[in-house]
Design a protein around this ligand. Structure first.
Ligand code: SF4
Length: 319
């Protein structure tokens, strides 16, 4: 049975709805730390990391001992079962660059995650310049029988801003990687950030045009925020970085959502950090309050995701 994409209460195609439509039950993502490192810190692609990257979370050698994967998965699933009554799970390799290792290590980590009978698939966070052909072939192989999503951090489509944040890759590298991943049975999620110094709303909204043209399945958007121990926090303390206001962020994200097709599932609409680490902006809202600030603004406007895309009508899903 066909379902529309727009959740009837949310006015967007939320990732939770997407998963319910796709799998027919309640699915949660379980975050795990696979003990990976990052090529933007060890000199392979760059040094120092992205300007907003939480340095304190890196051990001096770039690697850290982690809790055994199976234990992380078990505890994460128990938490989501308790809290959300989730029935099945996607294991999210979140921390650092989760394709930056030998293909043998990648196969071991991914297959151990998929071995759990309640795991439907994996989501792998990585950089556009760190997805080698071996890793991509492995993911395509796993995608034949499982849900597999590659989460590509783009953050900005402006190469000058990518340089400013010491991202270590270009827009062209991102586009090339999307092209390589597309058509192989792998979902593509893109990460974007709004609120870089000097960035205008109009410039950020160009990214809505870009992702609308690409084979992107889902999106994560968040505000640029500074956490303790980062170079961005230092810039903030020196008065060299001024965060966007909550009102500006909310309005811009709504503008963005109106411009992208409802087929793109929305995984995240804001960023959060522990309050004792968050330096700026301090909006003093709980996570779901920020989510609903955006949803409510769409309601106030009487708009929805994709309403500004020519030729698109509002097809509502009750899932
Ligand atoms: S790519 Fe990710 S892990 Fe690496 S430095 Fe940037 S934010 Fe940190």
């Amino acid at each position: 049975m066909f379902h529309g994409y727009i959740h009837k209460d949310l006015q967007i195609n939320s990732y939770g709805s997407y998963l319910r439509r796709r799998f027919g039950l309640r699915v949660s993502k379980v975050n795990v730390d696979g003990g990976f490192t990052c090529p933007n810190r060890d000199g392979t692609k760059g040094t120092g990391g992205c300007i907003y990257c939480d340095n304190a979370s890196f051990s001096p050698g770039g690697t850290q001992a982690v809790i055994p994967l199976e234990q992380q998965i078990g505890e994460g699933m128990a938490y989501h079962r308790r809290r959300l009554r989730s029935e099945k799970f996607i294991i999210y390799f979140q921390k650092f660059t989760n394709t930056y290792a030998s293909v043998e290590k990648l196969r071991d980590m991914y297959c151990r995650a998929l071995a759990n009978p309640d795991v439907l698939g994996i989501s792998v966070g990585t950089r556009p310049d760190a997805l080698g052909d071996d890793a991509l072939s492995l993911l395509a192989e796993l995608a034949r029988n499982h849900y597999v999503c590659v989460e590509l951090g783009l953050q900005s489509m402006d190469d000058d801003l990518l340089k400013w944040m010491n991202r270590g890759h270009s827009l062209a590298e991102y586009l090339k990687t999307v092209e390589r991943v597309a058509g192989r049975g792998i979902d593509i999620c893109t990460h974007l950030i709004y609120g870089f110094p000097g960035e205008t709303r109009a410039a950020f909204l160009k990214a809505a045009e870009l992702v609308s043209r690409l084979p992107i399945d889902s999106l994560k958007i968040h505000q640029l925020h500074a956490v303790r121990g980062t170079r961005l926090a230092e810039l903030y303390e020196k008065g060299q970085y001024q965060p966007v206001s909550r009102e500006e962020y909310t309005a811009t994200v709504c503008d963005f959502l109106e411009r992208i097709p409802a087929t793109i599932a929305i995984q995240r609409l804001y960023g959060s950090a522990p309050l004792d680490l968050l330096v700026a902006p301090r909006w003093e809202l709980k996570n779901n309050q920020m989510w609903y600030a955006i949803i409510n603004e769409l309601g106030r406007r009487g708009t929805w995701q994709g309403c500004g895309v020519p030729g698109v009508s509002r097809q509502v899903s009750n899932l």
